[in-house]
Design a protein around this ligand. Structure first.
Ligand code: COA
Length: 185
């Protein structure tokens, strides 16, 4: 796929076809490029997990070449996240500077971020992050969480510029991950 025009739009997927295109982008990036085998469906060349079959909202970035980027927003009040037991809600409360325990009904997860290699550095993820923050605000989400590979320093720096901060680290599939959060307001 060629980058062609640099115009893109970022929005929520509305059809099953758009969601499938997003799962293919995830497969190309996470499975093939990054070598992460989790949740890969090699026969269909898609990456899909149980949250996709629930109320999670899939975001797509569309260009004249088709759907080239994606990520996903899930509300904790709709059900447990993937690897839910790994999230350190106790540490999140401390990091968010609250005296109260975190109210899980006010938490949302931003995950499964992927942009095809030929379409990077166009600002797709930046626009996506703004849409996620705005969506959280409109849905009375108090805290957004995510998981970032600490070795991706450029990505970590970008997240920090957008107001995200690290509250814990955890080991998933033999690798260290930072748990990050942001208040959307
Ligand atoms: C991470 C990823 C989604 C970023 O997508 P993208 O659309 O290229 O990102 P953007 O163009 O919106 O750039 C976002 C920010 O990162 C910076 N950035 C991105 N890649 C960079 C690079 N290689 N070098 C320097 N800065 C970079 C941009 O400058 C921008 O910051 P700014 O707006 O403050 O200037 C994409 O690189 C990707 O799919 N990587 C592999 C999978 C992955 O890491 N997913 C994230 C899961 S947590």
């Amino acid at each position: 796929m060629d980058a062609g025009s640099h115009d893109f739009t970022v929005r929520f997927a509305e059809t099953e076809e758009e969601r499938l295109a997003a799962y293919r982008v995830r497969y190309a990036v996470s499975t093939e490029e990054e070598g992460d085998e989790r949740y890969a469906d090699h026969a269909a060349r898609i990456l899909r997990d149980r949250l996709d079959d629930g109320p999670s909202r899939v975001i797509i970035a569309e260009t004249s070449s088709g759907i080239v980027g994606t990520s996903r927003v899930s509300f904790r009040r709709d059900g447990p996240f993937i690897a839910d037991e790994l999230y350190r809600w106790d540490l999140l409360a401390a990091a968010a500077n609250d005296d109260q325990p975190v109210e899980l009904s006010g938490v949302a997860l931003w995950d499964r971020g992927a942009v095809l290699a030929n379409f990077r550095r166009l600002g797709i993820y930046k626009v996506t992050e703004a849409l996620v923050t705005e969506t959280a605000r409109r849905n009375s989400i108090q805290i957004l969480v995510g998981v970032v590979d600490p070795k991706k320093e450029v990505l970590m720096a970008f997240m920090k510029r957008c107001g995200w901060a690290v509250f814990a680290s955890s080991e998933i599939a033999g690798k260290e991950w930072f748990q990050v959060f942001k208040r959307p307001d």
